[in-house]
Design a binder for this molecule. Sequence first.
Ligand SMILES: C[S@@+](CC[C@H](N)C(=O)[O-])C[C@H]1O[C@@H](n2cnc3c(N)ncnc32)[C@H](O)[C@@H]1O
Length: 196
Amino acid sequence: MGKHWDNVYNSGSSPWAGVPDKLQEKIKSLEPKPKTALDLGCGQGDKSLWLAEQGYQVTGIDVSKEAIEQAKAKRSDESNPVFLEEDLTKPSALDFPDQSFGLVLDLLAVHFLQADVQARIYKKIHSLLVPGGFVIHSRLNALNNQAPGWVTRLPVTPDAFEKMLAGFTVVEKVVSKSKNLPETDSYFYILQRKPG
Ligand SMILES: C[S@@+](CC[C@H](N)C(=O)[O-])C[C@H]1O[C@@H](n2cnc3c(N)ncnc32)[C@H](O)[C@@H]1O
């Protein structure tokens, strides 16, 4: 799996790079403002680096060695963000103490993984967040088989994903047409860990 993503990052094609203004606004509006963040499938690290500039202590995880190397090369402070080459399909990738984070980013990352793995990861995210902590999540959903093959093969629909969210409140859900992909809806969520 890492090799596939290494090839993507070596090819220089990563339309998700950068930090869209809308995402910046959403993160700046979170109340209470989290201090720590975990960026799942952080890619070349742009979101992690931006969060660190905003004062967060950040950990970014990605399965691609190439992406992690590119992310580390952009960093001026080795202690923040911390970038780790880890495979999220392995439970050990999320081996952090409970309540370590106030914010988890899962932007077009966990949606690639099998349904049972996604369910396990969301259960784990719940315990890694402080009560009241946030998840910002995005995923794609193919509307029919005119969408690119890799989207039609995504293993979990948004409806099935939402069944995995016991313990979270859906604070915001925005569905829009994907800018880059035909016949594909883009789902954006802000989730908040319920108290307790
Ligand atoms: C579409 S990119 C999104 C990158 C980043 N979240 C962003 O929005 O800029 C998906 C990322 O998920 C990572 N990824 C895919 N499967 C993974 C896994 N099993 N463990 C960790 N990262 C994974 C890929 O290497 C890639 O960087």
